[in-house]
Design a binder for this molecule. Structure first.
Ligand code: PMP
Length: 392
């Protein structure tokens, strides 16, 4: 069979099992209501948790910087791409996080693959929660380290794996703070205790917790007061902060090491100044007050409680990410289509993003939603859930 025919038959197979993805254009996805094929839908699908992506101050900051410095950064940071907007953003980042040093990466994906593959190599072992994000998994694959997956949030299992590991090997434990497809939280206190007993380094991915937890939105690590114990704190600017890009904060040695070793940092063109200026503004904004965070927390609690009361299985969600388990791919796609007909945008999440037979609808809440819109959505979700036999 020709290569092209193999690809085509794979696509056919994905279609048969309701796993083929297609791109559809979406307008105003930064708003609580978006437009898809001209239809207005309640946006329960974006990671713009605090509603900052459309914020006037972020847009203004990006425009001013673009006018001043232009669109492209012209080279990687180690060549001539390290323009002043980086210094301002990294200074704001370090101050916000109260850390010794910090570094901005082009995205969460490139941060994870770069950090993991530079901190650990062929002779090391990475212990990774089974539900960690794909970018963490890819970082481990690139690192060529031994990959030990522990059962989700199961520290006894992690410890059993650590006990078997040779003493002299470098060990990295890595976890999401908020798990992106289940919306539950990692046991960070427990992980710190375990990593200290086994002389391992701990890396936490705060993609879905930065901006959301902690007194000034610094993240879940800060909420628990663990900032001095977690060696590698990574997070993104692309979700609650409403911008683009990612960061890592930690000790000076860590940042110097990454500047010298992280290939996804070294061999890529620097971010444009407009993005960096919006990051600086977003960091300022999340520190200014906690009302958006509180509204998000209250909205999320309401939405979770209502769906749980109706009998949906919420996959352990404790946050603004609220999945409902459906099961088969076909039912999940149908569920999402019916919601769309009823004016709700919510994505079906299927394997390989989640385990087989655990396809689900993933709802995400925004601080800028109206409570009544969420209540109306719950009623429509219940109707579809009953129609499809997901709930009684
Ligand atoms: N880590 C986690 C836990 C994520 O959910 C994501 C994005 N979905 C990433 C990393 C990647 O971040 P980015 O989208 O900025 O590349």
């Amino acid at each position: 069979m020709k290569m092209k025919d193999k690809f085509l038959s794979e696509l056919e197979q994905l279609k048969r099992i309701s796993q083929k993805r297609d791109l559809t254009e979406v307008e105003q996805a930064e708003q609580p209501w978006l437009y898809k094929s001209g239809k207005r839908l309640l946006n329960l699908a974006s990671n713009n948790y605090l509603g900052l992506a459309g914020h006037e101050r972020l847009k203004k900051a990006a425009c001013v910087a673009t006018e001043t410095y232009g669109c492209g950064s012209t080279a990687s940071r180690l060549i001539v791409g390290n323009h002043p907007a980086y210094r301002l953003a990294e200074e704001a980042l370090v101050k916000w996080k109260g850390s010794e040093a910090g570094l901005i990466f082009n995205s969460g994906y490139t941060a994870n693959i770069g950090i993991i593959s530079s901190l650990i190599g062929r002779d090391g072992i990475v212990f990774s929660d089974k539900l960690n994000h794909a970018s963490i998994v890819d970082g481990i694959v690139i690192s060529r380290a031994e990959h030990q997956r522990y059962r989700h949030n199961d520290l006894d299992h992690l410890e059993a794996l650590l006990q078997k590991a040779p003493l002299e090997k470098n060990k990295l434990i890595v976890t999401d703070a908020v798990f992106s497809m289940d919306g539950d939280l990692a046991d960070l206190k427990g992980l710190v205790e375990v990593k200290e007993r086994y002389n391992a380094i701990l890396m936490v991915d705060e993609a879905h917790s930065s901006g959301i937890f902690g007194p000034q939105g610094q993240g879940y690590v800060h909420l628990l007061g663990l900032e001095d114990q977690v060696e590698v704190q990574m997070g993104t600017f692309s979700k609650a902060l409403g911008c683009f890009g990612a960061y890592v904060v930690g000790k000076r040695w860590l940042i110097d090491y990454l500047i010298n070793k992280a290939r996804s940092f070294i061999y890529t063109t620097a971010l444009p100044s407009g993005i960096l200026a919006s990051i600086t503004e977003a960091i300022t904004l999340v520190q200014e007050g906690s009302s958006r965070r509180e509204t998000l927390r209250e909205h999320s609690r309401f939405f979770r409680q209502e769906l749980a009361r109706l009998g949906f299985h919420l996959c352990g969600s404790e946050t603004q990410i609220v999945p409902i388990l459906v099961g088969s791919n076909e039912q999940t796609v149908l569920f999402s289509e019916k919601l769309q007909e009823m004016g709700i945008a919510a994505i079906p999440v299927r394997p390989p993003t989640v385990p087989e037979n655990q396809a689900r609808i993933r709802f995400t809440i925004m601080a800028t939603h109206q409570r009544q819109d969420l209540a109306d959505a719950v009623a429509r979700i219940a109707q579809v859930g009953r129609e499809l036999g997901v709930i009684q």
